[in-house]
Design a protein around this ligand. Structure first.
Ligand code: FES
Length: 131
């Protein structure tokens, strides 16, 4: 029913919690089940001067897939440039998690939607143009 990867991420999730004074916050609700996902980011710069996700954490009232997915996504984007983080697709995430019941696909993209909102929130605060 669920891949071993999903169970592994769910049993030992990384990056749970909030960030004090985050640079961006993304909050989304799952329209199918009503669960909620919050992603917090702290932005820094790498040696090339690119903006990167220095820290990222999540809080969710979602299910096993939502938790596993948030853990996976936060690990994937930590240290990545904002540009590269924005390129991650829903397909990448679903593929990365492995087997799950199709009814759970909506849970697996919740964190990505929240991350995109957090990045947008950061850009809005910085007065950057919305793409
Ligand atoms: S059932 Fe609500 S996030 Fe999965």
């Amino acid at each position: 029913m669920y891949s071993e990867k999903i169970f592994k991420e769910f049993r030992h999730p990384k990056n749970i919690g909030e960030i004090k004074n985050p640079d961006g916050v993304g909050k989304v609700g799952n329209p199918v089940c009503g669960d909620v996902m919050h992603i917090y980011i702290k932005v820094g710069k790498n040696k090339k001067g690119e903006e990167i996700i220095k820290n990222v954490r999540f809080r969710t009232f979602g299910c096993i897939v939502a938790i596993a997915n948030s853990s996976l996504l936060t690990k994937m984007v930590k240290g990545k440039s904002l540009k590269d983080a924005e390129k991650i697709t829903k397909k990448d995430l679903i593929k990365g998690l492995g087997k799950m019941p199709p009814i759970k696909y909506h849970c697996s993209i919740l964190a990505l939607d929240a991350l995109r909102k957090a990045i947008q929130d950061y850009k809005n605060k910085k007065g950057k143009a919305v793409k």
